[in-house]
Design a protein around this ligand. Structure first.
Ligand SMILES: *[C@@H]1O[C@H](CO)[C@@H](O)[C@H](O)[C@H]1NC(C)=O
Ligand SMILES: *[C@@H]1O[C@H](CO)[C@@H](O)[C@H](O)[C@H]1NC(C)=O
Length: 434
């Protein structure tokens, strides 16, 4: 992990404050750790807390300990940057806002969208043994509406730590040598026209924390390594990815994983139920996932948002959902789930929204009735619940999908097991009581 000089941290804070809120619904903010400790890597904080977007930009004030430097000739790093940025400029064919008209001359630090940092207070790490050097540390061309491609020369920007290109018209693939970006912590290529299979160079960027490639045309399977990598946030939603989800999905150290609006098929990986997961928000919305919700899902997790909606999941809900103590949004709508919606789920104390519409549920228990009164989003329409309005026409409820098979194995017990006893059972602490 590289450390950041204070100047850079403040710059990042400013950049991020202009577009920090990338989450929907729960005040998800993205921030870079404060500058004073120097250990700041990228971080995604979910669900409240201090959101950098609410604090005023702090870049006006010069950091107290930095001395005014006399103007110095461009460092070797900057002349390489010139080569890189000019090569890229000539691969950009449309620039309707005239952003690149500022990209002339050797002083790349004055180019619009290009941000430099002065490396002279490189946090005491003199293993660099470097003289005063200035280098391009960030590129932020969000919403520039540029059309073009990425070029391999960009890796001449060896100190780059942020590349934000969201909402442009870049196409083609990610150059293979992008793996050489040793200090890139944030890559945002969202809302472009990139295509090809999963951009593997991202897996080799040793400092990457935030990967956002949503709203592009990437296709094919996603690699297992995506979920072993030390990422904080994985946004790959709204692409054409397909195939089965890697079995190690639940092992990911990321706090947010958005897989929505792709074409993934097969089941939800069982790992989501077995490991002590770091995942806080995980969205599978609108894929082609089938099978059962994995037994044990929720057991060891701090998930706050779980969106399984618009898939083809079947069977009864696992009792382990009762362990989702922090869950706020549980979206199960538009699947083929059945059985009774248990107390265990309805009494989850942090629930803000429980969507079960468009399934085959045959009823809900007493505690669920309270949800109507707690003004919690609780939509039960288009199920098979007798005596309730807005249900499926009865013939649809005769052949409930998945009930003739034993594919959704459940721990046998007379009544649902609350979270604690389920844990004991699984950890072998006590025998199953009758
Ligand atoms: C995930 O992607 C879906 C589909 O674009 C979007 O509706 C949802 O808000 C996203 N959630 C997060 C946390 O990114
Ligand atoms: C609950 O979630 C559903 C589906 O995401 C949404 O349509 C609805 O507006 C939400 N309701 C509340 C009260 O938040």
């Amino acid at each position: 992990m590289p450390t950041f000089p204070l100047m850079l941290s403040l710059l990042l804070l400013f950049l991020l404050s202009t577009e920090a809120a990338f989450g929907v619904g729960l005040g998800l903010g993205l921030g870079i750790g404060g500058g004073t400790t120097g250990g700041g890597g990228g971080g995604v904080w979910v669900g409240g807390g201090v959101n950098p977007s609410n604090s005023p930009p702090q870049q006006q004030e010069a950091p107290p300990q930095s001395q005014q430097q006399p103007p110095s000739p461009p460092s070797p790093s900057l002349s390489k940057s010139y080569t890189a940025l000019q090569a890229w400029k000539s691969a950009i064919t449309e620039d309707p806002n005239g952003v690149l008209t500022t990209w002339v001359g050797p002083n790349v630090c004055n180019y619009k969208g290009v941000f430099c940092s002065n490396g002279d207070n490189y946090n005491g790490d003199y293993s660099y043994n470097s003289p005063v050097f200035s280098s391009v540390s960030a590129i932020d061309l969000n919403h520039a509406n540029l059309k073009g491609i990425l070029v391999k020369e960009l890796t001449l920007l060896t100190e780059l730590s942020l590349l934000h290109l969201n909402s442009n018209r870049f196409s083609g693939t990610i150059p293979q040598n992008f793996k050489d970006f040793l200090y890139l912590t944030e890559l945002d290529l969202s809302n472009n026209q990139f295509s090809g299979t999963f951009p593997n160079p991202t897996l080799y960027m040793p400092s990457l924390m935030y990967l956002d490639i949503r709203f592009n045309n990437f296709y094919g399977a996603i690699p297992d390594d995506l979920f072993t990598k030390q990422l904080d946030a994985i946004f790959i939603n709204n692409n054409q990815f397909d195939g089965q989800l890697p079995q190690n999905l639940g092992n990911s150290p990321a706090s947010v994983i958005n897989l929505s609006n792709n074409k993934f098929s097969g089941g939800i990986p069982a790992s989501l139920g077995f490991v002590n997961s770091a995942i806080k928000e995980i969205l599978f919305l609108n894929n082609q996932l089938s099978g059962c919700i994995p037994e044990n899902l929720g057991l060891f997790s701090d998930i706050t948002v779980l969106d399984l909606s618009f898939n083809s999941l079947m069977g009864h809900l696992p009792d382990s959902l009762s362990c989702l103590e922090d869950i706020q949004v549980l979206n199960l709508a538009h699947n083929k789930l059945s059985g009774e919606l248990p107390d265990l789920v309805c009494s989850l104390k942090n629930l803000l929204n429980l969507s079960i519409e468009y399934n085959f549920f045959s009823g809900y228990s007493q505690k669920c009735t309270n949800l109507f009164m707690r003004s919690i989003g609780f939509d039960i329409s288009l199920n098979c619940i007798p005596g309730k309005g807005m249900q499926r026409p009865p013939p649809e409820c005769y052949g409930i999908p998945g009930t003739d098979s034993d594919s959704c194995f459940r721990i046998p017990s007379g009544k649902p097991l609350v979270c604690g006893s389920l844990l004991d059972l699984i950890l072998g602490n006590i025998p199953l009581s009758p």
